[in-house]
Design a protein around this ligand. Structure first.
Ligand code: NA7
Length: 555
């Protein structure tokens, strides 16, 4: 039986990042009398933009297309200082949204949810936080983020390190690069998007003693080409917002960038080269997404473009052996999410920056004084930074103990746990539209597995619209229970897999294909995200709505 102190709500949202903030605003607008509450682990709002404070953290989607489109007043008021904003500016923006719409009154910070139990008789979820406080509500919107559960590498001796060590997404608020890294020997493990940003920023800090980069897999990376946005430019942009958002709605990934409709083989050598040079000279993801349409389906087309980018890398790095180690060999350009950089390759021309190629000399162990590699060399370090990524997509769900419909856990090994099969065995998601999951009644996900991630804010706004539509449908019809049919879940799963066929992106290990060597049960590639076209995804959501949500069962 429940303690009387259980807080009663109509909707509980977990997470106060862009997804949670957007959900709270829209649910509140639509159902003004409902009691809605956001539970957030951090001491502030912002999610990804609250936690990732490492030096160099910056959004590499154009800020203009990354902000919310629904607050016209704020669009007119906000001056983005850069084409690609720093973490602190994005965070200030999210805080401003919360202040402006009085969202803070329904956001409870410093509250980490530990468990979520579905109650069949009362048709509601009961959440328990770290302090043991309970919250009950019929509806639940998960806004836990798809890159929010950081993972440390499994390296022997990691706990023995005598200096300061932390994961990039737990960079201490008070740790100042100029003051606290001054005179220090710093090591960074990991060269994904985060590693590349932070390595560049740390290398450019004049007071550091040295920087050692531990690279397991070289990643393709290309120039961000950030620029300051002047007052004058900003007022032009403001007049253009309608076309900016409608352009995003017309591209396959929600970004401003569209693939070139031509195949690489349809153009002359000179035209091809001219197009690549143009892409390379432009800001943002254009060099990843503006490519010829067959770049990620045709190996030969991909190899040619990869060679073009490799030559650019080699031209920027003085030592040919270091340049060679920085050119990826394991995969072609764009098969993983492309980190964008601002002087990354030039960092390796500095005398105080050293690259350790873990393909040649793997790490043997961490010791109290640094990192020892298998060649017997000890790299002495004062500060060790792990830019080792996240238990992505399903990871944040695994931090909450779900007891869902029929008492099933959400995650777990494929073998049964106390006779209950996990809904997503071995992190293999089962969903309908990525918004609902079987045996998860009345639970909706924003940026959950099987959703398109692309330009995250564009995907968030759409998912929130779908969730609000579903809540409205239940409200209008008086339904108090909704979940997808197994048939719909199976059909959607087949569609998600079909969409990923033929794409080279799905043939490489990365967080996008569900692989993380530091997490049990994540050694095999799976299809965990919707790799199809955002336009098709929206069309399918709309079709379901128009047809009265036949794929869901209501009671
Ligand atoms: P990523 O892209 O997952 O990168 C993690 C990096 O850490 C990558 O270079 C890994 O090498 C490396 N790593 C992980 N474990 C180890 C161990 N045990 N030893 C050595 N190196 C290791 O995470 P990010 O935070 O950079 O970016 C995630 C997303 O956030 C990004 O795509 C943006 O969308 C925002 P590996 O390649 O696995 O060999």
């Amino acid at each position: 039986s429940l303690e009387p102190s259980v807080q009663q709500l109509d909707v509980i949202i977990i997470g106060a990042g862009l997804s949670g903030v957007c959900s709270l605003h829209h649910i509140r607008e639509r159902f003004p009398t409902w009691r809605v509450k956001v539970l957030e682990a951090g001491t502030g709002v912002g999610g990804t933009w609250y936690f990732n404070r490492y030096p160099g953290a910056r959004v590499d989607t154009e800020s203009l297309s990354y902000q919310f489109s629904w607050d016209k007043e704020l669009l007119n008021e906000w001056h983005w200082k850069d084409t690609f904003s720093t973490q602190s500016e994005v965070l200030r923006y999210i805080e401003r949204v919360c202040e402006k719409h009085d969202l803070y009154r329904d956001i409870q910070l410093r509250t980490r949810v530990k468990s979520a139990h579905w109650q069949d008789d009362s048709r509601s979820w009961i959440f328990t936080d770290e302090r043991g406080v309970q919250y009950q509500s019929p509806f639940f919107v998960s806004c836990v983020g798809f890159l929010s559960n950081p993972t440390l590498p499994r390296i022997p001796g990691i706990e023995d390190f005598g200096g300061i060590a932390f994961h990039t997404s737990r960079w201490p608020k008070t740790f100042d690069i100029g003051r606290d890294l001054s005179g220090k020997r710093i090591g960074v493990v990991g060269t994904g998007a985060t590693g590349i940003q932070t390595i560049t920023a740390i290398s450019q800090e004049p007071s550091i003693k040295s920087l050692t980069v531990f690279q397991r897999t070289a990643n393709w990376s290309a120039p961000l080409r950030n620029e300051e946005i002047t007052l004058e430019k900003m007022s032009q942009i403001r007049n253009d917002y309608d076309s900016i958002f409608s352009r995003c709605a017309s591209t396959p990934t929600g970004f401003l960038h569209k693939p070139d409709p031509r195949a690489s083989s349809e153009v002359t050598d000179a035209e091809r080269l001219a197009h690549w040079e143009k892409l390379y000279s432009e800001p943002g993801f254009t060099k990843w997404l503006g490519v010829f349409r067959d770049t990620y389906t045709d190996r030969e087309a991909n190899r040619a473009y990869s060679d073009f980018i490799a030559a650019k890398i080699r031209a920027r790095v003085r030592d040919p052996a270091v340049a060679d180690a920085l050119v990826p060999k394991s995969h072609g350009f764009g098969m993983r999410r492309i980190p964008l950089e601002s002087g990354y390759f030039e960092a390796f021309n500095q005398d105080n920056v050293c690259l350790v190629d873990l393909q040649k000399t793997p790490i043997e162990r961490v010791t109290p004084v640094g990192i020892t590699t298998v060649d017997g060399v000890t790299h002495e370090l004062d500060v060790l930074v792990f830019a080792t990524g996240f238990n992505a997509i399903t990871g944040a769900f695994s931090a909450i103990d779900f007891r869902a419909g029929h008492g099933r856990p959400l995650l777990g090994s494929s073998s049964t746990k106390e006779g209950k099969r996990a809904i997503w065995p071995d992190h293999r998601p089962q969903t309908f539209l990525g918004i609902t999951a079987p045996d998860m009644p009345n639970a909706f996900m924003v940026l959950g597995p099987h959703q398109p991630f692309g330009n995250a804010t564009r995907s968030i706004e759409h998912a929130v619209e779908v969730v609000c539509g579903l809540l409205q449908f239940c409200y209008d019809k008086g339904y108090t229970r909704v979940e997808p049919t197994q048939e719909a879940v199976d059909a959607w799963g087949r569609h998600v897999v079909a969409c990923s066929q033929g794409s080279l992106i799905n043939e490489v290990d990365s967080w996008m294909t569900g692989v993380n060597t530091n997490v049990d049960g994540k050694s095999e590639r799976i299809v965990a995200r919707y790799a199809g076209n955002v336009i098709e995804y929206r069309r399918r959501c709309e079709e379901c709505k128009v047809n009265g949500w036949k794929e869901l069962s209501f009671a």
